[in-house]
Design a binder for this molecule. Sequence first.
Ligand code: ADP
Ligand code: MG
Length: 686
Amino acid sequence: MIDINKDIQYVKGIGPKKAYKLNKLGIFTLKDLIFYFPRQYEDRNNLKKIIQLENEDKATIKAVIVGVETTSPRKGMNITKVDVRDETGYAKLVFFNQEYVKNTFRSGDTILVFGKVKKNYKNIEMTSCEVEHLTNAPKNTCKVMPIYPLTYGVTNKEIISIIKSVLSNEELKIKEYMPQRIVEKYKLCSIEYAVKNIHNPSSKDALKIALYRIVFEEFLILQLGLFMFKNGITESDGIKFKENEKLKDVLGSLPFKLTNAQNRALNEIIDDMQNNKVMNRLVQGDVGSGKTVVALLALADCVLNGYQGALMAPTEILAEQHYISLTDTLKDFGMRVELLVGSLTKKKKEAVLERVKNHEVDILIGTHALIEDKVEFDKLGLVITDEQHRFGVRQRSKLSEKGNNPDILVMTATPIPRTLALILYGDLDISIIDELPPGRQPIETIAVDKSKRDRAYNSLVRKEVEQGRQVYIVCPLVEESEAIEAKAAVDLVEELKLEYFSDLRVGLLHGKMKASEKDAVMKSFKNKELDILVSTTVIEVGVNVPNATLMIIENAERFGLAQLHQLRGRVGRGSHKSYCILIYASKSEVCRQRMSIMEETNDGFKISEKDLEIRGPGEFFGTRQHGLPELKIANIFKHMKILKIAQQEARYIMGEDHNLNGFENKLLKKEILDKFEYAVREISLN
Ligand code: ADP
Ligand code: MG
């Protein structure tokens, strides 16, 4: 048997020269090499016709060779061009300084070519080509091509061939380290199968099975390591709420039935609440997925148990909206809901505070005002923060300190870095609402260049208003100050009234207005006394006006993707088809990319992932710095569900075998220690 920890320079077919290059990729041992996983795959089953090729595509075509020619435009440089055709057109394959390839092409041969397309009018060239001769090709090979993360000096082809030769060695055995119980429970494939198929998939299904195993394993190891080294599991005693039949009545009084996803989240929350330990749960649901009603039911359950609940929202508008909708539903059940926001008069505030302290209020809803020192509860049982990304961790804990280990629920529509960190650090459970209420039509998003602004205003806005719908127009984001932003909003309203909508009712909302003014505007928009609401980002979060069907965002390039998604989420909340127009004034490639992501998807999880992708891995995925093992394939956004399962399993394992000293966990523990080597060293130094 081959020693998997063998130095790669002694591996057959590698030698010191190649080893030196591989070292630069962090590959020192045979194990490093076989666990050097592809970053992505290219699906070459998906053939294109030459006529379908677009500039910048990476594509595979099947074509016949027509001719080959090498030229030498200057000394030390030669270019080989291979003419190919299919039944739809002609293309040239271009090779720089690879004259030797010339001999491999024979006119009349059929080849598969994978390469990058450069298209200039009718002139089509392909560069960085990889060619496969069809006549000699083994049948039934899976044409999913691994792409490795590389640095200078090693090509993808080289890595593929090195790994292929290593893995084809019969004497190589990769020993399973995952406990048999887990392999069976989650139907994982063996590590050997996973490794082989990740590098050289025998079929698409095999690749899927292999990836699942590795994703699961990476998350499990990460979670177990975190529990072992950083957190431990804090199991402080919390409130044990009792089941209350009346909750069904509250549920029954709602004007709709919960979606399956809402039901699932609610059950997870209620289970936690009835459990002895403190609930620490994150509800992630896309904009419009109906998180509020889940919060309402949790709060109702808390009140039915004789406790008080608190709901904190990032803006007054949102707090007030929650206040109205909760009061509506809960007053019939005798529950007393109050609002506490900064703009209340001192007298009114004091009265509310007094009543909260005396338990004459059951549910207190508000903004940051809730965490002020003078807010005291009689018996706080549940704390909910909405749109959690707007609050710091400290603010959240300040609110929960007002009770005696109250249960904690945080809700977010934007998985952002802090959330990410919380997930990573494993101190939150996660519920996912991945389903929109029935009857919603997806929002259609169209990004247009500034030159088309006129048309958006003249035709689209009018059309919606004529049909009785309402429109939001969001002003450009101004980073410098809220005052400048407010001024821009005022100017925009003037312009719109003057140039486009002299006959329509246009309202204005910005951060410099008094809360009472904001309220008045919001109310008249809700009551359909306004056709158009021009606003700064104060409406970003949570505002709910189902009759609004068109969202126009000016200078969309200034907003982050997550923010655009939030803004867009203000429409598409009723049964009417809704639109979002992004007007942009930048010609940059990044802008174009971002706009097309918004056009392509309505999925908030995907958007945050893409956002991070475009902005680069950033400090959050530079996990090595934090002493965390690298996630090679697992992706916190993409594989959220698997993460959740792995997290649960990690908790279970820790509960059974706190230090992983049990015989069945021995090999897994060694893997964890290896992967967390840095972290362990740090800890032993401290
Ligand atoms: P978000 O998750 O963005 O906070 P909201 O809680 O504001 O979403 O809900 C958006 C809209 O969907 C609200 O008008 C709410 O009344 C409605 N809604 C929520 N759940 C359902 C459901 N199960 N069926 C129909 N409509 C629902
Ligand atoms: Mg909400």
